[in-house]
Write a protein that binds this ligand. Structure first.
Ligand code: ZN
Length: 150
């Protein structure tokens, strides 16, 4: 582990490692309505995100990820999928927008609670922000792709 990761609050680190060890929603969402591959060259994180949409209700029925990368990227992906499943498409897009603002240290109305707080803690380590945001950016792209098909 590098220095910035060692400096992270112990509790945050524990939550991140838990998602890293026991990933939620890992695999491929079938049937696949959108598929995005994302790469973070700064760290080598690579993620494939797949999304299934409930077209009648216009919501995220399922989303899964697979790939390889650092613990921050992988646990962020795990938490992101948990957060996104069941959300309306617009609601999901709004959430991602707010989440990005929070990661950049900007004020936003979104209140983050639970496991995701640990990912927000990463914003104190600028070199890792790209790792944390990669899955969220991929999800935003997937939702844009889905909107284009509608
Ligand atoms: Zn990374």
């Amino acid at each position: 582990m590098d220095r910035s990761a060692n400096q992270m609050d112990a509790l945050y680190r524990e939550v991140i490692m838990d998602h890293h060890r026991s990933p939620r929603n890992k695999g491929i969402a079938l049937p696949t309505d959108a598929r995005i591959e994302s790469f973070n060259p700064l760290c080598g994180d690579r993620i494939e995100l797949t999304v299934t949409i409930d077209k009648e209700k216009s919501l995220v029925k399922n989303c899964c990820y697979q790939g390889e990368g650092c613990s921050i990227c992988m646990s962020s992906a795990s938490m992101m999928t948990e957060e996104m499943i069941g959300k309306g498409i617009k609601e999901a897009q709004e959430y991602i927008g707010n989440f990005r603002m929070l990661m950049r240290g900007e004020k936003c109305p979104l209140l983050i609670e639970g496991d995701l707080e640990s990912i927000i803690g990463v914003r104190n380590f600028p070199v890792r922000i790209k790792c944390a945001l990669l899955p969220w950016t991929a999800m935003a792209e997937a939702l844009t792709q889905i909107e284009g098909k509608q």
